[in-house]
Design a protein around this ligand. Structure first.
Ligand code: PNS
Length: 162
């Protein structure tokens, strides 16, 4: 039986920390589906289609990884995909409370829902999409923190809004 993991998130935008988790996850599972959520409550910086395109380009080199968008409940999407687990990255203790709540709420929706937490390389423990957006928007450097195509998109976006 093929073991499938879903890696869900807002990915606004994908960072090298996310890619580190994808790289780890793809060695543990036969297939990883990176699932980007609209997450309008977070007032996204990039549109859903832009975020999905960034993801698709970033995971192109990995034969057992694909990117998709999903709407609605994660627990429903996971069931529909026949996935065995959901991957989430844990950077620091501060992530734990939110992740713990989500994992248990998701399991309440679907008792077979398992969340697997992976720790990124320590060089990414401070990295987040929100910090990357802020630094870039204010003219700072994000080289090495996001894939090159995302760095270019961030620069264009910052220029457009300046
Ligand atoms: O990258 P994020 O913003 O931390 O990802 C959060 C995400 C998209 C995984 C979460 O908001 C989610 O699963 N949204 C889908 C709707 C849902 O199922 N909500 C209940 C979560 S317990």
């Amino acid at each position: 039986m093929k073991r499938i993991a879903i890696y869900p998130g807002s990915f606004d935008p994908i960072t090298n920390g996310h890619l580190d988790i994808i790289e780890r996850g793809r060695h543990l599972f036969d297939e990883v589906i990176v699932a980007v959520n609209e997450n309008l409550s977070k007032n996204p910086y990039f549109s859903l289609s832009e975020r999905l395109e960034f993801l698709k380009t970033a995971v192109k080199p990995f034969s057992n990884v694909r990117a998709e968008a999903f709407t609605g409940l994660l627990s429903t999407y996971v069931k529909k995909q026949g996935a065995n687990a959901v991957l989430r990255g844990l950077r620091a203790v501060s992530d734990f409370e939110y992740e713990f709540q989500m994992a248990l709420m998701n399991r309440r929706q679907n008792s077979r829902f398992e969340t697997v937490f992976l720790m990124p390389d320590e060089k990414y423990t401070y990295l987040s999409s929100s910090l990357v957006r802020e630094v870039s928007r204010l003219g700072g450097q994000v080289r090495g923190l996001v894939p090159r195509h995302v760095e270019t998109a961030l620069k264009n976006r910052a220029l457009k809004s300046s």
